[in-house]
Ligand binder design. Structure first.
Ligand code: PA5
Length: 433
């Protein structure tokens, strides 16, 4: 991957970047020396280098077994226990894989919302499928996945009988504590552990992300290789440079960062990135607000605002150099659509020019653009992107002087919800105070 900062230059003085260099270096060092805030959650920093081959092989073996025996895997989880796997699977899958019969294995998700219709419709789908459940929750107590698992566990036990159902359920959870760990032990489910020192949104390179990705049929070794490559190159400091640029822009009033893609397969990658940055940085009334757009679709909905609205936005574009397939625009004799000037050109040629034209327009309209280029969308480069963004997130949050690894703000809605639902222990919460 390459970090291209050309389109930020007119917005930033060299001295502004230099002023932040030392803070960025210190922040990077704090991640490695474990001297910063939340330093008991830094297991992900060395992970690409220390992840055990036996674990990867065990995950691959489990995934192979599952792919042999079942056709639909329901992955139950929310937040960091959902978005990494969803992002990678969407990025690497055929756009229409769910409609193509040759794709025997489907990975579907549950527990990432509380929609009754979603669960009802999922249960209807599963009636005619040979399915399994992969329930992921570090704490083992999160309401959304717990609700989904209770319902789907009952169904799967009714369909296959308790003993067979146990063989179709996998739990990924905390090493020792939590309700899910206890249940998994009692039921004897195949279980993978989430290390104590790796928080949810930094857990995609653990079984939390790797197992669902392997079940979907992708090469998890290549993902780790990509992550390892960025880890090794930390001297090149792409992550530090990205953190410096975004913090420099933030200090100049650019308080919203929009991740843009020109390939719909990256939609969920931006969702993963939004959680990573939003939950890590948005604290103590500080932090860049992470948003995302899918271009060119959203140029026809958000384009006006981006070009011409309030000037507090900057854009981070993920640019994929080569698509997987080749397709050219045919010549048309009548040319009623006036497109013959593009006859014989690749669709990607049109897309790339849309990308360049948009970047130039946004930059001249006052929207700085950070470009992150990858040669193609595959496991290796997704692995690079994951580790690059994780590392930059840790550095960036330390530069803001916040703890990247907690999420105290998430508890407020839960307290209210529990009080409203009458959860024992929450009766005294006064919602109107
Ligand atoms: O990043 C985080 O810590 C959160 O987004 C969690 O991953 C999310 O709340 C789910 O938590 P759990 O895995 O404990 O169910």
């Amino acid at each position: 991957m390459k970090l291209n900062l050309k389109y930020t230059e007119k917005f930033i003085e060299l001295s502004e970047k230099e002023n932040l260099q030392k803070t960025a270096d210190d922040s990077n060092n704090k991640l490695h020396d474990k001297t910063g805030k939340g330093n008991d959650f830094l297991g992900w920093v060395e992970l690409p280098n220390v992840i055990k081959n036996e674990l990867i092989e065990d995950i691959e073996k489990t995934a192979k077994e599952i792919r042999k025996n079942i056709d639909t895997m329901v992955v139950i989880g929310i937040g960091g226990s959902y978005l990494g796997a969803k992002a990678v699977i969407e990025a690497l899958s055929d756009n229409f894989s769910y409609l193509k019969s040759e794709n025997k294995m489907q990975v579907v998700f549950a527990g990432q919302n509380l929609s009754e219709d979603y669960l009802y419709e999922l249960r209807e789908l599963l009636k005619n499928k040979s399915y399994g459940l992969c329930v992921i929750s570090k704490s083992g107590t999160t309401t959304e996945p717990a609700v989904a698992f209770r319902i789907l566990k009952k169904d799967i036990e009714e369909k296959y009988g308790k003993a067979q159902a146990r063989k179709r359920i996998i739990a990924i959870t905390d090493k020792q504590k939590g309700a899910l760990k206890k249940l998994a032990q009692i039921e004897g489910y195949k279980t993978y552990e989430i290390a104590d020192d790796i928080g949810g949104r930094f857990s995609v390179l653990t079984p939390v992300g790797l197992l669902p990705i392997a079940i979907a049929g992708f090469d998890i070794k290549q993902i780790i290789e990509g992550a390892k490559n960025i880890y090794k190159k930390s001297a090149d400091n792409n992550s530090e440079n990205y953190a410096i640029i975004r913090n420099t822009l933030y200090n100049k009033g650019f308080t919203i960062e929009m991740m843009a893609n020109y390939n719909p397969k990256l939609h969920y990658f931006a969702e993963w990135w939004k959680q990573l940055y939003g939950e890590s940085e948005g604290k103590e009334h500080k932090g860049i607000f992470p948003a995302s757009v899918d271009f060119t679709s959203d140029l026809h909905s958000m384009g006006q605002y981006i070009q011409d609205g309030k000037r507090n936005l900057f854009e981070t574009t993920i640019s994929v150099k080569e698509p997987k397939y080749k397709l050219t625009l045919p010549e048309n004799e009548e040319n009623l659509d006036n497109l013959n000037y593009l006859s014989g050109k690749r669709i990607d040629y049109i897309n790339k020019n849309a990308e360049l034209g948009t970047t130039l327009a946004h930059v001249s309209g006052g929207v700085p653009n950070i470009k992150i280029e990858i040669p193609e969308l595959n496991e290796y480069y997704i692995g690079e992107l994951i580790y690059f963004f994780e590392k930059a997130c840790g550095i960036s949050a330390y530069m803001l002087d916040v703890n990247p690894f907690d999420q105290p703000g998430v508890e407020d809605y839960k307290r209210n919800m529990f009080a409203l639902l009458g959860k024992p222990g929450f009766e005294s919460e006064n919602l109107l105070k």
